[in-house]
Ligand binder design. Structure first.
Ligand SMILES: Nc1ncnc2c1ncn2[C@@H]1O[C@H](COP(=O)(O)OP(=O)(O)OP(=O)(O)O)[C@@H](O)[C@H]1O
Ligand SMILES: [Mg+2]
Length: 465
């Protein structure tokens, strides 16, 4: 990025010594500050002016949303940034009352705006045999291919907020070149996300890396995501695993050292391939190769973690097979669960809204959030109420986040016979697909029970004979 691209919009209105704000041209009525609003603007490559008026911020809103163009206060944002930014999203409020439904007046909050530009997909560099960094994919961040991933993820817990705050605190206290505060011996910026398949662990890591690169773009002007494919690494270089692990880390270490202004997120997906318990392995008489790979990982982690411009993200759905020494080195461990009803609703709502934006479902219609649906629409025939019923059907099917995400499209592909697909039709298709799946699984269960009882009868008649 050249200089013109960095921080073109500096409306980071922190309180000054008198409790006011530093915004060069802003004249803002100053009330008591009750929290912080984080806004992210996806930019066109131009410089911008500062906002000067009072606004309400509602979480999740895109202040430049076409459909709300005529609505005050959106119109004001449009006036100022409509031609300069592609989107301007209110991401998060941090303060005493954290309620996604509440609107916050701009004079009551600190407004932190991060403007970013997405790297194009084509810039993704896949490592190959000729490359220095084998078995890894290097992606400049923020990248178009991860755009929107963070927003699309819905969890019961506030895991996303927690991850960001851990990073914020790491940067603040120990990893920001403040030698007095630095105590890197204790630093352990290794995150481990574990849980059942299809619950969004990999996506969360990719989204997290993208968020770090946007939120902290004033600290680090460049960021990279390096994704290590552990499964391929082992299968391709069997008997050389330890060497491969060591080489990947040596290269990453070199990249960290080369440019301290560049932030690197190292993602080790399915880490169990190279972090399997050595104790369990030797009991089962497993090959020395896997044990040596784990040793190499441990020594590499010890070596590399002193780099302040690096964070390591690992995922696994086999937590109980991981080596205890590896687990010790994971400073931040989170279990990612199968989505709750509220999370299922949120996943489907986001997916349906995306399909409406893309014109697959027409016309565009607003879907209420889970809480509003429960309070206002329960028992009615409105889309929110139908979606609530769909969520209940999913419960019985016990689907992963991955399967839920695919549900709207799969249902439309399977049943649509007309030219257009309305929201009501899409919801109907989803219900139909779930009911059919339920019938199918009941059928399978009955068949299994019949087979079991037949073999029991056979066994009994053999004994009788
Ligand atoms: N909680 C969730 N919210 C939104 N989308 C989700 C959620 N969980 C899964 N998905 C979607 O499901 C798909 C698969 O997710 P992902 O690959 O990240 O899961 P995973 O936990 O890494 O699975 P695995 O353990 O099999 O590697 C992605 O498209 C993701 O967006
Ligand atoms: Mg995964």
């Amino acid at each position: 990025m050249d200089d013109a691209e960095q921080n073109p919009l500096d409306v980071n209105m922190e309180p000054d010594q008198d409790g006011g704000r530093q915004a060069s041209t802003a004249e803002v009525v100053v009330n008591e500050i009750t929290g912080t609003i984080f806004i992210q603007g996806r930019g066109l490559k131009k410089s911008l002016s500062d906002p000067t008026k009072l606004f309400f911020f509602t979480l999740g809103d895109d202040l430049l949303d076409e459909s709300k163009r005529s609505v005050v206060p959106y119109s004001i944002w449009y006036e100022m940034f409509g031609t300069e930014l592609l989107s301007l999203k209110v991401m998060e409020y941090v303060g005493p009352v954290s309620d996604p439904q509440t609107a916050h007046l701009s004079s009551d909050v600190l407004v932190k705006v991060a403007v970013y530009f997405l790297h194009a997909d084509s810039e993704v560099r896949k490592s190959d045999e000729d490359d220095d960094l084998l078995q890894a994919r290097v992606t400049p961040l923020p990248n178009v291919q991860f755009d929107g991933r963070w927003d699309q993820l819905a969890f019961e817990t506030n895991i996303k907020e927690e991850l960001i705050w851990i990073m914020e605190n790491i940067f603040r206290f120990s990893r920001h070149g403040n030698e007095e505060l630095s105590d890197r011996d204790d630093d352990n910026p290794v995150f481990l996300l574990h849980g059942p398949p299809g619950t969004g662990k990999t996506t969360l890591c990719q989204g997290f890396a993208q968020e770090i690169s946007i939120r902290f773009n004033q600290k680090y002007h460049e960021a990279l995501l390096i994704e290590v494919n552990t499964a391929t690494l082992l299968s391709k270089y069997f008997s050389e695993s330890a060497k491969q692990v060591d080489e990947v880390f040596t290269k990453v270490e070199q990249m960290c050292g080369e440019n301290p202004d560049r932030f690197i997120c190292l993602l080790i997906d399915e880490v169990e391939s190279i972090a399997a318990s050595r104790e369990l392995g030797s009991k089962r008489g497993e090959v020395q190769d896997a044990i040596r790979a784990t040793n190499a990982l441990l020594t590499s982690l010890d070596r590399i973690r002193f780099h302040t411009n690096l964070v390591i993200l690992c995922t696994s759905n086999m937590w109980d097979t991981l080596d205890s020494a590896f687990l010790n080195r994971c400073g931040f461990q989170y279990r990612v669960e199968i989505p709750s009803n509220a999370a299922k609703y949120a996943i489907l709502r986001v997916r349906l809204q995306k399909l409406m934006r893309l014109g697959v479902i027409t016309p565009y219609a607003d879907l209420p959030c889970y809480r509003n649906s429960e309070c206002e629409y329960f028992g009615t025939e409105k889309p929110g109420a139908i979606l609530l019923n769909i969520v209940k059907l999913i419960d019985t099917n016990n689907m992963s986040g991955r399967e839920i995400t695919q549900l709207p499209k799969q249902a439309i592909y399977r049943y649509l016979r007309a030219r257009d697909c309305s929201l009501d039709m899409a919801l109907g298709f989803m219900q139909r697909l779930l009911l059919e799946r339920r019938q199918l699984s009941i059928g399978h269960k009955r068949k299994r029970e019949d087979e079991d009882s037949m073999s029991e009868n056979d066994a009994a008649s053999c004994e009788g004979a």
